[in-house]
Design a protein around this ligand. Structure first.
Ligand code: GDP
Ligand code: MN
Length: 399
């Protein structure tokens, strides 16, 4: 689960991280109010969308000619103007894809005088089962680029969860970032707070890009991105409350409401499978037979008629879908029950694309008979390879 930058900063603040003052606004009038309440004479107005690269991004409505999604303003009037210009427009960055994301809220923050921009992140390293801290002097840039072009400029420090972050880790990171004197101490304090925030909130990623050294010598996060382990949200009600459903894919959201694991992809063959491993194999074999999967969809163990119907509706709402492959293993569920579910669902959704169904497991023959007797144009397949070959061929024929 993702949250907005301003929310991440509020979370970090709770754990003692020094973040600049600021406030969120949904309208230009609100932005004006926030800025006048803050005092100071330099403000930064930042588009709040769940994607990075906002500074260098451009708005669709400006056809690439206008200003970016992060603006420095020298007065309250400028803040109001910047907010009015950004809210309601669609920001396109290297992370949003060409469709971009509509800016519905902005963050007004006190400006700060930057001396140096650094990079700092924490993430879960699944191989070592530890939190890894990434630090680099190359802040404000795309870290993937730094990693591929100048990997020596990135320090990786793994933290054993049994000890947590220690003084020597912090000093090593502070030295790698080129910090001096009192900055080393404030960096150590900052790292301790960030690590505490990361572990206490079940975060999976915490990225500060840039972490800045100000002209006054302070070390503070100017940007903050946090992702959380969705499976931990049952014990993180405060974090879960920060979820912004507007930022999520509408169909993925609908699927999650029905406990279906659905991820939209770019291909043309919709997949409905029970079990994540089987779903992945199905996607692989479709690819192998020359097709492209339109989605990953795990309907889970209880593939009831109702869930199968919902799954069909979700798959069919993707205009790129030219065919559907249902691949279900009837272990706990019997194949005849699944077949009845598929038949009922197909009748309800009025299918306009070819459908291949491969069933295997308990009562498979009965299941196949139910589909054959239904009078519906369901193409039955015997095994995974057969199913993939048939759906790829059917889609080609229909085109
Ligand atoms: P991103 O482009 O989505 O990663 O958004 P950031 O929050 O990282 O902002 C982009 C850039 O704007 C930063 O790298 C900074 O260079 C600049 N920026 C952000 N806040 C301030 C500020 O308070 N003062 C100054 N001078 N620059 C800022
Ligand atoms: Mn950034």
């Amino acid at each position: 689960m993702n949250i907005h930058e301003y929310q991440a900063k509020q979370v970090l603040k709770k754990y003692g991280v020094p973040v600049p003052d600021g406030g969120v606004a949904y309208t230009a009038a609100e932005a004006e109010k926030v800025a006048s309440g803050m005092g100071g004479d330099v403000f930064v107005v930042k588009s709040q969308i769940h994607a990075g690269g906002r500074g260098k991004g451009t708005f669709k409505e400006d056809e690439g000619k206008g200003k970016g999604g992060v603006r420095i303003c020298k007065s309250v009037a400028e803040v109001k103007e910047a907010a009015a210009d950004m809210i309601g427009k669609t920001l396109v960055t290297h992370q949003t894809g060409p469709a971009g994301k509509e800016v519905k809220r902005i963050y007004v923050e006190e400006g700060c005088a930057i001396e140096r921009e650094l990079y700092l992140s924490m993430l879960i390293d699944r191989v070592s089962c530890r939190v890894t801290i990434m630090a680099s002097t190359e802040g404000g840039m795309n870290i993937e680029e730094v990693a591929s072009e100048t990997p020596e400029k990135i320090l990786l420090q793994s933290i054993d969860p049994a000890t947590g972050i220690q003084g020597f880790h912090c000093r090593k990171i502070a030295f790698a970032l080129g910090l001096k004197g009192g900055q080393i101490k404030s960096c150590a304090k900052l790292l301790g707070s960030l690590y505490e925030a990361f572990t206490a909130t079940d975060a999976s990623l915490l990225e500060i890009n840039p972490l800045v050294v100000t002209k006054d010598g302070d070390v503070i996060p100017l940007d903050a991105k946090m992702n959380f382990d969705s499976n931990a949200m049952y014990r993180q009600p405060d974090i879960h409350e920060l979820r912004d459903e507007d930022e999520e894919d509408a169909m993925e959201l609908e699927a999650s409401k029905h406990d279906l694991n659905y991820i939209k992809l770019d291909g043309t063959i919709g997949c409905m499978v029970n079990g994540a491993g089987l779903a992945m194999s199905t996607m692989d074999i479709i690819q192998l037979r020359g097709g492209t999967p339109a989605n990953f969809l795990d309907v889970g163990g209880g593939a009831t008629a109702e869930r199968v119907t919902t799954a069909f509706k979700i798959i069919l709402s993707d205009p790129n879908v030219e065919g559907i492959l249902v691949n279900i293993f009837g272990g706990i569920m019997r194949c005849d029950v699944i077949a009845e579910g598929v038949v009922a669902a197909v009748k309800e959704v009025s299918l306009g694309v070819p459908l291949v169904v491969r069933l295997e497991g308990t009562n498979v023959e009965l299941g196949k008979k139910i589909m054959a007797d239904s009078g519906l144009p369901i193409i039955s397949a015997d095994d995974l390879g057969d199913a993939a070959t048939k759906i790829v061929a059917a889609v080609k024929e229909a085109a």
